[in-house]
Design a protein around this ligand. Structure first.
Ligand code: ZN
Length: 92
């Protein structure tokens, strides 16, 4: 029973709600991703909708809010920056 949970990445605009809550069981929340192929708790498919942390705090259960706060705090690995140009024109 050691299979890993896989996720679909979800694109969210900056400032848009990016916490995906399962509207079926209201007990799973992930940030900018949804579990595949279905919800690990209720096995609902396409049951996830995006909310802000503020919104979840207004209607979520304590357990859901705790999960949402944790998900929000998760730091994603930053995409590789195209910068980092190293000047090498020091030849004289
Ligand atoms: Zn669910």
């Amino acid at each position: 029973m050691a299979h890993e949970q896989a996720f679909w990445p979800v694109e969210c605009e900056q400032g848009e709600p990016d916490l995906l809550v399962c509207m079926s069981c209201l007990s799973e929340v992930f940030r900018r991703k949804v579990p595949m192929p279905d919800c690990p708790t209720c096995h609902g498919v396409s049951t996830y909708e995006a909310f802000t942390l503020k919104s979840i705090q207004e209607w979520g259960s304590e357990a859901l809010i705790a999960k949402a706060v944790k998900a929000e705090a998760e730091v994603e690995p930053a995409p590789p920056q195209p910068g980092g140009f190293v000047g090498s024109d020091t030849a004289e």
